[in-house]
Design a protein around this ligand. Structure first.
Ligand code: IDP
Ligand code: MG
Length: 141
């Protein structure tokens, strides 16, 4: 067996304020991935600028940082073989209108007509992103 993989998941402020943290964690656990670390925090702009550095300069960047710093998020490290790809499949497409039913974003999210899509969760998109993002949210891990 290859080394176990980890991914950084965030329940975004929309998911947190709507009381969907437990539902997201339930889907992760029933899929079979392990929870390694969990923290509730309201991220500051500096942390979000690091987390979303790849999106700096895009039209949705400022609204995204504004949205993500608007309230508590639940940051979670999950673990399991191919969990990065697996959680992205659980999450569904970025656009919650296009996200398929059965996915977190498809079942629980919708378009509110805002400058940034509020889509319940974040999940790392590659092993490199995962390592970088876990360092941002859980520097002691
Ligand atoms: P992802 O979360 O599915 O990986 P990214 O492209 O990394 O999507 O974008 C980060 C976040 O920025 C998205 O989850 C969403 O909240 C927001 N976002 C991305 N693209 C758009 C867009 O075209 N319009 C509005 N918001 C967007
Ligand atoms: Mg992304």
């Amino acid at each position: 067996m290859t080394a176990t993989e980890r991914s950084l998941v965030l329940v975004k402020p929309d998911g947190f304020s709507r009381g969907l943290t437990g539902e997201v964690l339930r889907r992760i656990e029933t899929k079979g991935y392990a929870l390694v670390a969990l923290a509730i925090t309201t991220p500051d702009r500096e942390r979000l600028a690091r987390h979303y550095a790849e999106h700096e300069g895009k039209p949705f960047y400022e609204p995204l940082v504004e949205f993500m710093s608007s309230g508590p998020v639940t940051a979670v490290v999950i673990e399991g073989h191919r969990c990065i790809e697996g959680f992205r499949a659980l999450a569904g497409a970025t656009d919650p209108t296009a996200a398929l039913p059965g996915t977190i974003r498809g079942d629980l999210g919708r378009d509110w007509g805002l400058k940034v899509q509020q889509n319940i969760v974040h999940g790392s998109d590659s092993p490199e992103s995962s390592a970088r993002e876990i360092g941002i949210w859980f520097p002691d891990l």
